[in-house]
Design a binder for this molecule. Structure first.
Ligand code: BG6
Length: 299
């Protein structure tokens, strides 16, 4: 464990799982070592930005529901192994905290995960090193770097599966993906496209293709906009389970779909990352919060 600055504490969190609590000058956060999972981020002066389900399990055997699950090295079901965990093993693994530092008003934490006997024995025989740098402040910066430590080229998928809290999904718009082709995971191919901001009127599960666009979640009922800038990411997933899927998930409250939306910075499907031996790739998401009025001129 590295030396921790005064604004960082290692605590026992829910379910007895270790978690890191950050009480920085410009933002506060909670991050579980289980999955290096950011479960809350509160920039000072703002309501919590990330959504967590009241029904989330807190167990070393299950993923947490909400916050920012880290999906790696595959997204969704594993292509060949139906017994492999959905969205990869990284969100189920205990990560190590290797660095914690105050940088100006921000606090930066670095988590690390490498291959181990159990990871190599499962659906992923490869050697890798993943470092996840989380900067907590008035912005939240999430940077996942993966290095291929194998002696052959490896292809992987990844996602920062960000759950955002909204006051009312019926009064939410997502801008930035207008005119971008998407794969509707519910309808299947061919890709579709819309020319207007995304509005939510039913179950939504879309992979936006070939896009590095900045997206903004306009939470009109709350008067807040959350903007996600990204780098090293060529796909964006937008997800809301709506009624039936929410009811079918046992770690998701039946009515909780009304107060969340996922906008996920990712590299999935054809955008999977191909890394030569020794090569690294970094994917970054930066979240900003602003009053909606400063983003959308009201007229
Ligand atoms: C989204 C996927 O990213 O994650 C959905 O696009 C999926 O298809 C959702 O249902 C939740 O996945 P999980 O494994 O956390 O229940």
């Amino acid at each position: 464990m590295p030396t921790l600055p005064p604004s960082v504490h290692l605590e026992t969190g829910r379910g007895g799982l270790p978690c890191v609590r950050v009480t920085g000058r410009s933002g506060e956060a909670e991050i579980y070592l289980h999955g290096a999972h950011v479960t809350s981020w509160n920039p000072i002066g703002h309501a919590p930005v990330l959504w967590m389900s009241q029904a989330s399990r807190f167990s070393a055997q299950a993923p947490l529901r909400g916050g920012v699950p880290l999906c790696y090295p595959w997204f969704g079901a594993h292509a060949a192994d139906p017994n492999a965990p959905a969205h990869g093993f990284a969100r189920l693994a205990e990560w190590s905290l290797i660095k914690a530092a105050e940088v100006g008003d921000d606090v930066t934490l670095v988590f690390r995960l490498t291959d181990s006997e159990p990871t190599r024995a499962g659906a992923w025989p490869h050697r890798f090193e993943a470092t996840y740098t989380v900067t907590v402040g008035s912005r939240l910066v999430l940077a996942l770097q993966v290095t291929n430590c194998d002696n052959e080229t490896v292809t992987y998928e990844e996602a920062l599966h960000t759950y955002l809290a909204v006051a009312d999904i019926l009064d939410v718009g997502v801008t930035g993906l207008e005119g971008t082709a998407y794969l509707d995971q519910l309808a299947g191919p061919p890709p579709m496209q819309e020319d207007h901001p995304i509005r939510f009127t039913g179950e939504t599960d879309r992979i936006y293709l070939d896009t590095r666009a900045t997206t903004t979640v306009e939470d009109r009922s709350r008067g807040r906009a959350v903007t996600i800038h990204k780098a090293g990411s060529d796909t964006t997933v937008v997800w809301n389970p709506w009624t039936a899927k929410a009811a079918a998930m046992n770690d998701f409250g039946d009515d909780e779909w009304t107060t969340m939306v996922c906008v996920e910075t990712c590299n999935v499907r054809a955008a999977a990352i191909r890394l030569a031996p020794g090569a690294s790739h970094t994917m970054t998401a930066t979240l900003d919060v602003d009053p909606l009025a400063s983003v959308i001129p009201r007229g």
